[in-house]
Design a protein around this ligand. Structure first.
Ligand SMILES: *[C@@H]1O[C@H](CO)[C@@H](O)[C@H](O)[C@H]1NC(C)=O
Ligand SMILES: *[C@@H]1O[C@H](CO)[C@@H](O)[C@H](O)[C@H]1NC(C)=O
Length: 360
């Protein structure tokens, strides 16, 4: 009798334990929805951060002489300003391209721009720059345009690595053909990584710079109303030599602080968000059709929420938890590209209060 009761009690404990286990599992699944988020949440445990950068302090104030600024950085004034070449691969960021070129026009010798009729992920794409070239008539005398035709291969699986390597070699050829010489300044970045004009002026007019340095940029998402952090580092400035190659990866530990703006998904139209989400980057993140629904995208833009409901990519729990949830709005439109402020009405979707987008 006694042993019977003990067995029953044992069973009851086991059942409640099982029940608890199932409940815990279910709630974990409910909280995290997909494995991607679990992986991201546990990133601080499985991933180690890249080696830290060595930050070069960046000095600037309006109306300070360039001589003074060069000296503050431990550099000296050049006898003759360098020629500056700005090289980008273009997808569909027309508005940011205009802000970029207006910002840099006075300092840049040639704007090198390459576009292909295929995205990195292997989808056919229109030649958006070529189709809108009149908009860039103001810079026509400086444009070095390259078109990379790529063939769709319906039977074989597309290799993004191969597509990217075609882009890189074509870009290297364009750079060589642009008239660049040893000692010139070559800026390599994405269209949406915009160096500020005073940064380029500094690099153009000072001697004693390192031969390669990254440019730290403020990260924004959707518009300048949503500043995320300062961690954008991919843009680089090179003192050109014939060994310089187009790359968009880590090149050196040196990084110049606060050198511009990186605005991701800063599109005027909801259709452009969908194009970017499906054809350009991380199409694998579109796990649910509803991610492409205009009204859902619009709501996320105005709240500063992630388009794919993903967690931030961070290497420590402190940063990860600090960045979870919506990006807080900023009401500041100070220290932004000059052309944006001068044409605030035309670009109001990039400014505080401008989160409503056109559908098409
Ligand atoms: C800028 O510098 C000039 C010449 O040094 C000076 O006359 C002018 O007042 C300065 N402007 C501002 C806004 O400080
Ligand atoms: C790109 O254009 C070339 C001709 O210029 C064509 O042969 C090729 O099929 C096009 N590729 C795509 C993906 O549309």
């Amino acid at each position: 009798m006694d042993s019977q009761r003990s067995v029953t009690r044992h069973r009851v404990t086991m059942y409640s334990f099982l029940l608890l286990l199932i409940l815990v599992t279910l709630s974990v699944i409910a909280i995290f929805d997909h494995t991607q988020n679990i992986t991201s949440f546990l990133r601080p445990l499985w991933d180690t951060p890249p080696p830290p950068f060595k930050y070069i302090p960046h000095y600037y104030a309006e109306n300070t002489t360039i001589n003074n600024l060069c000296n503050l950085h431990g550099w000296s004034l050049t006898s003759e300003p360098r020629n500056v070449y700005d090289a980008i691969l273009f997808n569909n960021e027309l508005d940011l391209l205009e802000l970029r070129w207006r910002e840099l026009y006075p300092y840049v010798t040639k704007f090198i721009i390459l576009e292909s009729n295929m995205t990195f992920t292997g989808f056919p794409k229109p030649l958006t720059f070529d189709l809108n070239r009149e908009r860039f008539a103001f810079a026509e005398d400086k444009i070095v345009y390259g078109y990379l035709p790529l063939e769709l291969s319906p039977n074989t699986h597309v290799d993004p690595f191969l597509i990217e390597s075609h882009h890189r070699s074509m870009m290297n050829e364009l750079i060589r053909r642009s008239g660049i010489s040893d000692g010139d300044l070559l800026i390599i970045s994405d269209t949406d990584e915009i160096p500020s004009s005073h940064t380029v002026k500094l690099l153009q007019q000072c001697d004693g710079l390192p031969t390669v340095l990254h440019l730290e940029m403020r990260n924004y998402v959707y518009s300048f109303e949503f500043p995320v952090d300062y961690n954008s580092w991919r843009a680089t400035a090179h003192i050109y030599s014939r060994w310089t190659r187009y790359r968009h990866s880590r090149q050196t530990d040196l990084i110049l602080s606060d050198a511009g703006w990186h605005c991701s998904f800063c599109f005027r139209r909801l259709s452009e968000f969908v194009t970017k989400m499906t054809a350009y980057s991380h199409a694998d993140r579109v796990k649910k059709r509803e991610y492409l629904d205009y009204s859902k995208i619009q709501r996320k833009i105005c709240r500063g929420d992630d388009l794919y409901d993903m967690l931030p990519e961070e290497y420590s729990f402190k940063n990860l938890i600090g960045k979870m949830g919506s990006v807080p709005r900023s009401a500041s439109a100070v220290h932004l590209p000059a052309y944006l402020i001068e044409n605030a009405e035309q670009f109001k979707f990039l400014l505080p209060g401008g989160c409503e987008r056109l559908p098409e």
